[in-house]
Design a protein around this ligand. Structure first.
Ligand code: 3PG
Length: 305
């Protein structure tokens, strides 16, 4: 059977080589599509049985063209770029590869935090994160890795996640919180790990950010869509001590950089999962999951049941 790997943001070469090996060993045929036009994607997907993507958009046009498609595996966590219902209607299983790139994202959180509290390493006096309070907004795979690293730094960690039991957070040595206001009120650092869904889009704005203690730092390695940008701008305007770090430029990046200078930092392109290790982990997991589904319907991580 044919498996298309269509990733606009390329996997590291070492990951691609491993994916090639895994697919060749399974007796399936690999088709690789790097950065190209939507038409290229539409043509390439026409006769494949499996599709592996990163945050590439899989919409009606792609699904309509994919006449043979049985499974889509997102090499990563977020499935907001895939039309899940459209896939379901067509009998296509969609899976992600939970946890495979989460350490990479969590490490970037601290890379960006240290850069911010040390004033972009510009030679001036900054501050430390030891002993400071970090609140984790959603305690999934990335949130757990963030907590682990934060404890190494000597931070006091708490988290809000209605889907995780208190005892599981306590076992990890962190404090469970039960309302969102408390999360922002209690923590100088808040790290966002909520997915982009109809409920969460535009959900983070001034009402929460303004609750943060003095010198609050909001860190977003989740999705830009969860931020209400106009409302965040208002908060940054009214609270001159607050800073915002985001792994991907907001839509209003230029306006924000002009007005807030070094109080904001944005990566030019989403790069949380852009490490060789994360590419290998997520890429191989995606290849194995695709093969297992095509062979005997294995669907442990299906997200569109
Ligand atoms: C994810 O959802 O897994 C991360 O945001 C990484 O996305 P990417 O594979 O597009 O870098």
């Amino acid at each position: 059977m044919k498996i298309l790997v269509a990733t606009e943001k390329p996997f590291a070469t070492v990951a691609i080589n491993s994916i090639k090996e895994v697919i060749a060993e399974s007796g399936n045929e690999l088709i690789l599509l790097g950065k190209g036009s939507k038409d290229d994607f539409i043509k390439a997907v026409a006769d494949v049985d499996g599709l592996i993507v990163r945050s590439d958009v899989v919409d009606t046009a792609i699904l309509d063209a994919a006449k043979q498609l049985k499974v889509i595996v997102r090499a990563g966590a977020g499935v907001d770029s895939i039309d899940l219902d459209g896939a379901k209607k067509r009998g296509i299983c969609v899976m992600n590869t939970p946890g495979q790139n989460s350490n990479a994202v969590a490490e970037l959180v601290f890379g960006m935090v240290l850069m911010m509290v040390r004033n972009q390493f510009n030679g001036t006096s900054g501050s430390e994160i030891k002993g400071k309070k970090l609140g984790i907004h959603a305690y999934g795979q990335v949130g757990k890795n963030v907590a682990r690293i934060a404890k190494g730094f000597g931070m006091e960690v708490s988290a809000l996640d209605p889907f995780v039991k208190d005892e599981d957070m306590i076992a990890d040595g962190i404090t469970p919180l039960h309302n969102v206001e408390e999360l922002y009120q209690n923590n100088q650092f808040v790290s966002l790990h909520i997915p982009a869904t109809n409920e969460t889009r535009n959900s983070i704005g001034e009402d929460l950010v303004k609750l943060m203690p003095k010198n609050g730092v909001l860190i977003n390695t989740a999705r830009k869509e969860i931020i209400n940008e106009d409302s965040l701008i208002k908060a940054l305007r009214e609270r001159e001590d607050i800073r915002y770090i985001s792994d991907i430029k907001p839509n209003k990046a230029e306006e924000m950089q002009k007005e807030f200078g070094t109080r904001v930092f944005f990566t030019p392109k989403k790069m949380g999962a852009q490490t060789a290790e994360a590419n290998i982990n997520a890429g191989i997991a995606a290849a194995k999951q695709t093969i297992a589904f095509l062979k005997d319907g294995w669907n442990k991580f299906q997200v569109n049941k």
